[in-house]
Design a binder for this molecule. Structure first.
Ligand code: F6P
Length: 613
């Protein structure tokens, strides 16, 4: 191996642990830090992007390194998981008037839905009553689209939980907030603490409790951190906190990635272990939990052992996005939900149009089994069945578009084959991700019709379908993130063109502006407000308004952060910034051009000064 390769490997190893140092971006919680591994992801090739994502994902499974951070496999984490699993086990043994509620915002709420559906299905298969419920901020439409504003409402969270649990005798409430930050979830946790006779709260997130959000919440007297402190006082008896650190996200703050994967790993481990214990008349043990988590670690390794094929998919999807084409995930079974979730996240994460990356699930809402049922009437964005794909997308499909099939050996291969033939009439840009079982001897007639095939073979187990889901999640996260990187949406490892639709995103935007421009936070906030309200001067009624008013206005505007950034870098008016952005439609190019010209301005000002002196 060449010396440069070895140098790079060495620097990757030291970058892996760098974020743990107390001096590394100390003002940010782990979930908002930028990952040292991915600082050049925006300039990487598809193969290198996959390698960087694999290195970031590996941080989830990193063992305790003796720093102050707890990790997935830390004794304290596993012990709390054990206690929560035993509580679920008790509910399963005596389910009368009891509920296990999973709740969250954005991806966390979508995963709450995925897991509640999966474990209710497992109960139905055993002819048992279902006990799982999900809550997602913004209701079922948030499963498919971005409804970020509800995340900021602690009272709404609390009222939704209270209504759902009316008349229940016992409720295990699992609130998921990767950043320990969502007011919607904080309101619910606080409500549980106030009603300990019925509710036992569990918080799942990936920051230490000392990094829980400190900002005040609208209409609420407590901060997230204060709610967590109250939970700490009850910890281990009436309240549980599961919060290992999994390292910063590959794209800063994008908790849909590792945050989502780790949520799935932790909660599925707890729930699956509780099911096994309750239905085999044993008890959950630490060992069972550890074995399951190690199983997920193998899922990670097996999946990324196919890095070359993942890179091919990412490159193809990137090309489609670059030339205005679309990427469609056509999935069967529970992989359909994974596809829908990944696609829906691209809208808030990358400011993508819903048609850029879109998911379709074979049986549509019948397969979804969501509380509010068929949402098709809400608009084309909510048309998610394969028949919708056939009527809405197929007629205009071309080689510019990428179609990715996701299916397993448990699905109706005949149905997959029919779809393949229909798609092939329109495009040869067809790819497949297939999960099979060892000993599976079926002839791969579908693969023969695809331009690329990613076949993964797994040993048989009772939880293999959850492993397929995680594996597919890793692949799709890589495809959607990588393709947007290739499209130029990311600068270094920051999503600069983020939508400023809630208070967390508002503060993230200000910090990105500060990092890129080097000016004070106050100046950055002013620039952001000018871009949001489209004014050159800030009148008193804007500066005195609350963040909710700002985010409401921002949700109706595009490219506010890039606009503010150009103003800060060049020191120009909004209209000049707008015309500069128009000449650079790719955000990364716009930022780079401005940085170059601002450096140029600074150095010519410096030259001027030295001449004057
Ligand atoms: O509001 C945006 C967002 O960051 C989503 O992308 C994310 O899924 C959601 O908030 C929830 O975040 P958390 O799990 O940290 O509460």
């Amino acid at each position: 191996r060449s010396l440069t390769m070895e140098k790079r490997d060495f620097s990757e190893i030291s970058d892996t642990c760098k974020w743990e140092s107390p001096d590394y971006e100390p003002w940010f919680p782990v979930s908002e830090k930028s990952n040292p591994l991915t600082r050049d992801i925006d300039k990487s090739s598809p193969n290198h992007i996959v390698r960087l994502l694999a290195a970031c994902d590996a941080q989830m499974f990193q063992k305790d390194t003796g720093t102050s951070y707890q990790r997935l496999f830390s004794d304290s984490v596993v012990l709390t998981m054990l206690e929560v699993a035993r509580t679920v086990e008790q509910i399963l043994r005596d389910p009368e008037d009891s509920l296990v509620v999973l709740s969250g915002c954005g991806t966390s709420g979508r995963l709450a839905f995925l897991m509640a559906s999966c474990f209710n299905r497992a109960l139905r298969d055993r002819q048992q009553n279902t006990v799982y419920c999900y809550i997602i901020a913004g209701g079922d439409r948030a499963l498919l689209t971005s409804q970020e504003a509800s995340e900021d409402d602690p009272k709404l969270g609390m009222l939704t939980l209270e209504k759902l649990c009316e008349g229940k005798r016992r409720v295990l409430f699992i609130g998921i907030s990767c950043g320990l930050s969502a007011p919607f979830v904080a309101g619910q946790l606080d409500f549980c603490l106030k009603h300990p006779d019925i509710y036992t709260p569990v918080l799942v997130g990936f920051n230490p409790v000392t990094q829980a959000r400190e900002e005040t919440m609208p209409g609420y007297s407590l901060t997230f951190r204060e709610v967590v402190q109250r939970m700490e006082e009850q910890r281990g008896q009436r309240a549980f906190i599961i919060n290992p650190a999994v390292g910063p996200e590959a794209i800063s703050g994008s908790s849909r990635m590792k945050g989502g994967s780790a949520t799935k790993i932790l909660l599925e481990t707890i729930l699956a272990a509780a099911h096994t214990a309750a239905f085999t008349n044993t008890h959950v043990t630490r060992r069972v939990l550890l074995d399951m988590m190690r199983g997920y670690e193998r899922v990670y390794s097996v999946t990324y052992s196919h890095s070359d094929q993942i890179a091919t998919l990412l490159q193809t999807a990137g090309l489609s996005l670059q030339c205005g084409g679309r990427v469609c995930y056509l999935s069967w079974g529970s992989l359909g939900l994974v596809g829908l979730i990944d696609a829906s996240e691209c809208i808030p994460t990358f400011g993508a149009d819903y048609e850029d990356i879109r998911g379709f699930i074979s049986g549509g809402y019948q397969d979804m089994d969501n509380i509010e049922g068929d949402l098709t009437s809400l608009g084309s964005q909510f048309c998610i069945a394969h028949e919708d794909f056939v009527s809405l997308v197929l007629p205009t499909l071309s080689d510019r578009d990428t179609v990715l099939l996701l299916y397993t050996c448990h699905d109706d291969v005949g149905d997959v084959e029919k779809m393949v033939h229909r798609v092939r009439e329109k495009t040869s840009n067809l790819h497949s991700l297939y999960h099979g079982l060892e000993g599976d001897t079926a002839v791969d007639s579908i693969g023969l019709l695809c331009s690329s095939v990613l076949n993964i073979t797994w040993p048989s187990s009772s939880t293999v379908h959850m492993q397929w889901e995680l594996s597919s999640k890793l692949v799709l996260n890589a495809v959607s993130t990588g393709s947007h990187v290739l499209k130029g949406k990311i600068y270094r490892n920051h999503m600069v063109d983020l939508q400023v639709t809630n208070s967390k995103l508002y503060h993230r935007a200000i910090h990105i502006l500060q990092k890129m421009s080097g000016v004070s936070l106050t100046q950055c906030e002013e620039a952001l407000l000018k871009a949001i309200y489209h004014v050159e001067q800030l009148p008193e009624d804007i500066t005195s308004a609350g963040v909710t008013t700002h985010t409401l206005t921002a949700s109706r505007r595009n490219r506010v952060v890039p606009l503010a950034l150009v103003c800060l870098l060049i020191g120009c008016s909004l209209s000049e910034a707008e015309s500069r952005l128009e000449s650079h439609p790719v955000v990364r190019d716009a930022v780079e051009a401005c940085l170059t010209s601002s450096q140029h301005l600074t150095s010519s000002a410096g030259d001027q000064n030295s001449t004057n002196h």
